[in-house]
Ligand binder design. Structure first.
Ligand code: HSE
Length: 426
């Protein structure tokens, strides 16, 4: 039976889950894959973590060289996260000719070409299914399952923390702060939730997924990013009343004008498949010219779902004759791509207006001047603010820059203040 020695760098949630799967399901992998997957080394500075997993002391490496140069190690699993020291450690493994399996989205999004170059130069594999959308095999789908297609769009809910927070706000009317606190108590949000709630995590994942989908590197720096910290319970309730659910969407489209890639909160209609992705679940919605629409749904984070992707990559690497490298073109090619920031979208606007005759006509005249047309509108008097009314409207699809100009004009006027502007993805 083929034996594969594994070193695990970092025994946090994903590394610990990987250790558990490799030890508890070892017999299953022997039977189903003909592989003896053995953890030969771990690199972890926290003794409580190694003790909790019952790892024998002779398997605990003192430094990165000891872990990756161990002659019994064939595959190095990196679950440290971030770029420092993860990049140095991954390069050390690749330079030693060891195949690397990583769950590190930031590292892949930022350093892909340097890592791939090292992997190819040393005939080592580089696999990263666990970097995006946890246990959902979206990278395998993009690199194998839909290769026959020209992919024109990738849309998804690819951050579980924000989806949990927005779902909680929708279901209970909680404020953002209340929902975040609840997510923290459940261990879904980290003590410092910035990477999730400001959209960085989703932008790294979208950079990877759109690069694979479009066969051209989409640098994460080209991705427009807006988080969910400014979302109010009122917006969620008003959107709900109009038949929409608010999600943090990651959207990448390839059009004749170039690539557009963005992460921001957006309303989707309640009958859109992404609207029913609730709590910490994730989904990726792909559109290809042959397959049409395709949605992959599942757990985007967590110990065993993400370890599921890590171990599947180890098995993939161990059972192929030669290493499979990704289909991205060079960095130089990426620089030549045009990236658009004048997105087309419908919009949700919430305005406070003077409750007086003719105000609606004035608002629609300003919007009309910039080519923004109203599709739906609700108005309510503000009992605690005499003389004022709230207008909530959804526009037809229009250009982002047109809406920005119209909003500025309205904000500068005497008859309205613009309280909220959110995109609507149709
Ligand atoms: N913080 C991430 C999320 C974990 O909430 O989706 C998985 O990348």
């Amino acid at each position: 039976m083929k034996k594969i020695g594994v070193a695990i760098l970092g025994l946090g949630v994903v590394g610990g889950g990987t250790y558990k799967l490799l030890t508890e399901k070892a017999d299953f992998y022997r039977k189903t894959q003909g592989l003896d997957l053995v953890v030969e080394s771990v690199l972890e500075s926290d003794p409580q973590r190694t003790a909790a997993l019952g790892i024998p002391s002779d398997k605990i490496a003192c430094n990165i060289a000891e872990a990756v140069l161990n002659p019994d190690v064939n595959v190095v699993v990196e679950c440290i996260g971030g770029t420092d020291p993860a990049k140095e450690y991954v390069l050390a493994a690749l330079h030693a000719g060891k195949t690397v399996v990583t769950s590190n989205k930031e590292l892949i999004a930022k350093e892909f070409f340097a890592l791939e170059h090292a992997a190819k130069s040393h005939n080592a594999g580089l696999y990263f299914e666990a970097s995006c959308v946890g246990g959902v095999p979206v990278i395998r789908a993009l690199t194998d399952g839909v290769q026959s297609n020209t992919i024109t769009s990738v849309k998804g809910i690819i951050n579980g923390t924000t989806n949990y927070i927005l779902t909680k706000m929708t279901e209970t009317g909680a404020t953002y702060e209340e929902a975040l606190e609840d997510a923290r108590k459940l261990g879904i949000a980290e003590a410092d939730p910035t990477a999730d709630v400001e959209g960085y995590d989703a932008a790294y994942k979208l950079s990877i997924l759109s690069s694979l989908a479009f066969h051209a590197k989409v640098p994460y720096t080209k991705i427009f990013r807006e988080g969910i910290t400014g979302i109010s319970a009122e917006d969620i309730a008003d959107g709900n009343a109009l038949g929409y659910r608010l999600k943090l969407l990651a959207i990448a489209k390839r059009t004749d004008a170039g690539i557009e890639a963005r992460v921001h909160p957006a309303f989707v209609r309640k009958d859109h498949p992404l609207a029913s992705v609730e709590g910490s679940y994730n989904a990726v919605f792909l559109t290809g010219d042959c397959v049409g629409d395709l949605m992959l749904y599942g757990r985007g984070a967590g110990e065993l779902p993400t370890a599921s992707a890590v171990v599947s990559d180890i098995i993939f690497a161990a059972t192929r004759g030669e290493h499979r490298y990704s289909h991205l073109k060079s960095g130089a090619h990426a620089e030549k791509e045009s990236f658009s920031d004048d997105f087309e979208s419908a919009f949700y606007l919430r305005l406070t207006v003077n409750d007086e005759p003719g105000v609606l006509a004035k608002i629609s005249s300003v919007l009309g001047k910039y080519g923004v047309s109203v599709e739906e509108l609700i108005q309510r008097a503000e009992r605690d603010r005499p003389g004022k009314a709230t207008l909530v409207l959804i526009t037809h699809k229009t250009h982002e820059l047109s809406v920005k100009k119209a909003v500025k004009k309205l904000s500068d006027s005497d008859h309205a203040s613009v309280d909220s502007v959110l995109r609507v993805e149709l």
